[in-house]
Design a protein around this ligand. Structure first.
Ligand SMILES: Cc1ncc(C[n+]2csc(CCOP(=O)(O)OP(=O)(O)O)c2C)c(N)n1
Ligand SMILES: [Mg+2]
Length: 313
């Protein structure tokens, strides 16, 4: 993994500027800032309707100092597919002008990815469209008033699940990995160097790449804005958010999550939940179900890893 000093030295440049209209302690802002530090300025960003869409789009507080396009809610992956094709056509027509160095990247919320954008995303993945698709996951439709998404966890309060969500979080990275795409990774803003490395790697690969970042939202989850990183860290330490990569079908747990294959190494789930108002009224039944779901998810990962060993590609 890259060292902090090295990462900071190689990315002094800021591409996502301060003074924007993010809430204080916004997880999305940290995710995008580090991702673009790794990718560098030769990118074209596509942002479907979301908090990010508002942050990048409101003059005079436009935050990015690189090209970006606001896109319809469902059309993130389709927009980046078109952009990537246009860059290739330009590179063919005007060789040596650097058009082939530009990466098309979508940065979309969990609603824009797991719900309304999944059709275009699945199509792009199946065609192996040359782009990086990023989902920043704040586990609800935050921009429009904290409505539940398919990425909201079981038992969580949202303005449309006032008694706690009955369904479980959709496992979108697993769905994307099932497309057999060149690169799938999960990240957390509490592990910036891991995130940095994964974006660097994604940049070096051609084809459709998918990165899913856990990006807590103090407004929607109900915690103090200065605790964003701690909350993200607890998501990882409790095993609620698992960090891994799937490269050409081969899964590898990342450093922070690897020890958690041993259940005794996981921080108790309550340490994470009790810090967030969205779980303040979680029922005992939901709590038990959430814990069982988490244990089951880890058992499945363990089984997948051992299957990989038994039947190498
Ligand atoms: C077709 C369509 N339906 C609904 C909306 C309204 N809308 C804008 S942003 C948004 C929520 C986006 O949620 P998510 O993708 O999770 O991003 P977040 O706001 O959480 O950052 C919704 C419902 C829209 N712009 N277009
Ligand atoms: Mg969201």
């Amino acid at each position: 993994m890259v060292k902090l000093k090295e990462a900071l030295e190689s990315c002094q440049e800021e591409y996502f500027l301060p003074g924007n209209s993010c809430c204080a302690g916004c997880g999305l802002e940290i995710a995008l800032r580090w991702a673009i530090k790794a990718l560098g300025p030769k990118i074209a960003l596509v942002t479907p309707a979301s908090c990010l869409n508002v942050v990048v789009g409101l003059w005079p507080k436009t935050a990015p100092n690189f090209p970006f396009t606001n896109m319809a809610f469902a059309a993130g992956a389709a927009g980046a597919t078109g952009m990537s094709a246009a860059f290739k056509a330009k590179a063919y027509r005007f060789p040596g002008k650097g058009w082939d160095e530009i990466t098309a990247i979508t940065f979309a919320g969990d609603g824009g990815t797991a719900d309304i954008g999944i059709q275009g995303l699945s199509g792009a993945a199946e065609r192996n469209s040359d782009q990086i698709y990023v989902c920043y996951d704040n586990e609800a439709y935050m921009n429009t008033g904290i409505q539940r998404s398919s990425s909201t966890p079981h038992g969580a309060w949202t303005s449309t699940t006032t008694k706690g969500k009955d369904r479980f979080k959709k496992n979108l990275p697993a769905i994307m990995a099932a497309h057999d795409m060149p690169y799938v990774a999960t990240c957390s803003i509490s592990e910036p160097l891991d995130l940095y490395d994964k974006f660097k790697k994604a940049k070096s690969i051609k084809g459709c790449r998918y990165i899913h970042i856990m990006a807590p939202c103090c407004t929607g989850w109900g915690y103090n804005s200065e605790d964003t990183i701690e909350i993200a860290r607890l998501a990882v330490k409790t095993g609620s958010w698992i960090l891994y990569e799937v490269e050409n079908g081969i899964m590898k747990l990342s450093k922070a999550s690897r020890p958690l294959l041993d259940p005794s190494k996981r921080t108790p789930l309550m340490d994470y939940l009790s810090k967030q108002k969205r779980f303040a009224n979680i029922s005992e039944k939901d709590l038990i179900e959430l814990q069982e779901y988490l244990d089951h998810t880890w058992k499945r990962i363990e089984a997948d890893l051992s299957c990989q060993e038994q039947y190498p590609k």
